[in-house]
Design a protein around this ligand. Sequence first.
Ligand SMILES: Nc1ncnc2c1ncn2[C@@H]1O[C@H](COP(=O)(O)OP(=O)(O)O)[C@@H](O)[C@H]1O
Ligand SMILES: [Mg+2]
Length: 1076
Amino acid sequence: MTQQDSVNVTENAESTVQVVDNTGPSLLAPGKGLLRPVSVAGAMEHALQHRERVGVQDFVLLEDYQSEAAFIDNLRKRFNENIIYTYIGNVLISVNPYKNLPIYTEEKIQQYYKKAFFEAPPHVFAIADNAYRSLVYEHREQCILISGESGSGKTEASKKVLEYIAARTKHLRTVETVKDKLLQTNPLLEAFGNAKTNRNDNSSRFGKYMDVQFNYEGAPVGGHILNYLLEKSRVVSQMAGERNFHIFYQLLAGADQEMMNSLRLQGRPEAYKFCNTTDSHTQASKINDADQFRTIRDAMKVIEIGEAEQAEIFQIVASVLHLGNVKFVRNDKGNAEILTHDANSGNVAELLKVDSTKLRSVLTSRTIEARGDVVNTPLDVEQAQFARDALAKAIYDKHFSWLVKRLNAALAPAQFGDRDSVFGILDIYGFEIFPKNCFEQFCINYCNEKLQQLFIQLTLKQEQEEYLREGIEWEPVVYFNNIVICDLIEARHQGIISILDDECLRPGDATDYSLLEKLNQRLDKHKHYKSHRNVDTKTQKLMGRDEFCIVHYAGEVTYSVKTFLEKNNDLLFRDIQALMATSGNTIVEQCFKDANLTSKKRPETAITQFKNSLNDLIKILSSKEPSYIRCIKPNDFKMPMQMDDKLISHQVKYLGLMENLRVRRAGFAYRRTYEAFLERYKCLCAETWPVWRGPASEGVRKLVEVMNYEREEYRMGNTKIFIRFPKTLFETEDAYQIKKNDIATIIQSRWRGYWQRKQYLKMRAAAIIIQKWVRRFLAQRLLARRKKAAEVIRAFIKGFITRNGPETPENRRFLGIAKVHWLKRLATRLPTKILDLSWPVPPATCQEASKELQRLHRALLSRKYRLALSPENKKQFELKVLAEKMFKGHKNSYPASVRNRFVVDRLSSELQVLRGTFMASAAWPTGEKLIYSSEAIKYDRRGYKPRERALLASDKALYVLDAAGRKTFKLKHRLPLEKLRVIVTNETDSLVLIKIPQELKKDKGDLIISVPELIESLTIVTDYTKKPELIEIVDTRTIAHNLVNGKQGGTIEVINGPQPAIQRAKSGNLLVVASP
Ligand SMILES: Nc1ncnc2c1ncn2[C@@H]1O[C@H](COP(=O)(O)OP(=O)(O)O)[C@@H](O)[C@H]1O
Ligand SMILES: [Mg+2]
């Protein structure tokens, strides 16, 4: 921006400052209390978040910044919540809470310690910390300007700043005593310079500027105090309800008897005229005074004020008290005289170590030097009283200045290095507007005008410089510059001070009224001066004729000119001064010796001295970076939680706070370096979040586009963004707060994810360990099982190998198992049929049991079988058994017979009929039982001719029957069974040779017969006869048979052949062919 050269700061007729660039009025405002924009703007952001709850923390953010009501409302809202601090930009507004709030604790100090400005709510600590950091890190000298009405909390604030600095530098290597001394100057200065007033129980009655000196490390190494204009009139008189300086009461209440004696004092303040006020001293305040006295004695020790010096100080204090009691009487010449027995003057002389006669003399007469002649003129009582009071004031005032000097000597750093820097704290009286205002108020208000001017200059300058630096155009803003009032007061030759001094120095009869006349004459035209004459009639009524009015920046103040000259001259009669210079009290001596006694030249007037010291102060302050604390008193009653709107409004006005705010707000409410702005709000723009890589200004530009800022809402400077309205910022901040939730969600989710994963990994690790141990346990168990299994198997195998041996421990188990197995198998495989001979093979050990079981089983089966047999079958078996006995191994046809069932009747059905008939005939004896029937072939004994016959066997006899043509049976033979002998071959043939005994002659010889079922028939019959011996089985090849009467018959030849046959052989024998 090229306007740098073309920006003009002009002052128009309205005494306002305008800043105009060459393109015409365009933008911005001057004059903002802007010192360290970054940090201050930061505080604002903190305020943003809390604006709803307790008003705004920075008035700059007040939407309705022109309204005093809104301003006060914001103050009240906060005050009701015990929030006494609020900013206007970097200016701290502090409202006296009149109660102890827990906001100065160690933790609070910590909260502001090394913290960015915006990280904590407004606080005096924040101001202190900010200034301190600027001092230490940027090596910029600092001053903190504290202003406000009496009782608004200035001194408290200054103490807090000092305390904070002390705490802040705690960690630094430093001479601890320096800090102690710095802190201890306060009680001392307060004892001597403070008093109870109607506004403040501990009102500072002097202005104070204190420098704290720091070394390169930032540790305090010393200090220096400048004092301004002690209200010395208080020494001799106080308003109703007020007190003299504390020290008088403290001395009277706290000194021990010995000290009291030496000071010729007695305990009651009422005994002393200077302390004898209407204010009734409560017991409580006395105790407090006594305590305070001890405190200041301790403070003196810390400051290293020795016993001797202390004694002298208290001698001075006591002497003032005695001086007040000095009485004058009018002598016969009408002049003042002190009675010789007046102890008071004696005490004063004694305590101040001056000649008592001379003292009395100087108090009652005056030496005037006129044109070389020295004339001693007596004083009247009134003049004497004046002289006495003047002396009291002078002693006290000078001694106070001496004390400050003394403190400075104690605070002076051992050495002051090049890199050391200074931190100033100005605790000075605020604007005073009383019903009656005097010279003192004039001085004080003048001082405030000067400070306001400084404030304007500094803030304006800085604001202007910043805009230039940032290349921002600005537009003129109408705002009041009080330079015009300063000029009214202090302009050379035409200002009030000049006129006042002229009047004081002018020879002739100058009076307060002649002064007023001159002022009216010369200043009547001035816009900020009003005389009784030229005001409207309404004001005229309120204004006295001895009064003039100045329109201060903070309001109109009417001053009475009474005592202006006297106070400005501030002259002590030379004789008194000379006497004091001879004082044996070294302090008094020093105080009065300094005064230029020998010079004839008039000393500077009080107001000029004040003006000069003020200008020095302004010089000091403007070389430093200022911070402002503006103190406000909420009510006139020192009451907590009460806010008097009228009173506040008044103070807001005369502290110029609305002006302050207007100036601050005239331009841009908010400014921030691009980096800082981007850092806070980058999340509002996708392109800048989370990381912006380009230049910060570009990032901010992107951000601003996204946020839709209007052209007139903001400006982009070289390094900073300037935002004009709080609304814009609020919207941005609101968006940010909303966004923050989203971001918080993301962070939370990430964090939770991270956390869960960590938990998961932990659990996993734990699970692995558990698994490991479980696996180990399982593996061990498996191993044990396998081992055991192997042992079992091994034992089993061993058992198997030795299974046939005797039982041993090794095979016992195997054997047991084998037994069980075998038994189980056996149970399923037991033979069910008696003829089934199968039987599971038993293990060796079970052989015996097996046999026994098998036997039992077979017995069982047999028994079952037997029980199941029918009588026929049983008979059949008996017959078979019989057959076996008879034929087995004897006759070859036996095996073939076993298979076939024995049958008792082998006749054909035809023959059976015949048999029936036969048996029914007489031939069959009754009672005989038929046991066997069969067909048979009978061979003739001669020729062996075969003839068919039927055989019937009864239980008695064998019947041989001829079927004879199939009609009836013809009985051929009946042979009794027991008489018969039967011969059969051992071959398979069916030949039966029945030997008939001799006695049966009838039958003519042996019967040769072939019976088809030979075995069957013989067995059945034998079963009846029970005579198996009757049957003979022969294994000869030939058998001879008999004829009738025993005569040798033929021979039966037996051979083996393939085709069984019985026939007559060629040899004539009967040939029996048996198949093998
Ligand atoms: N921040 C504060 N906290 C509590 N009390 C305070 C505070 N500031 C001032 N006061 C009270 O108000 C009184 C007057 O304060 P002071 O600083 O002496 O006023 P000033 O110096 O402006 O005349 C103090 O004595 C104290 O009781
Ligand atoms: Mg004070």
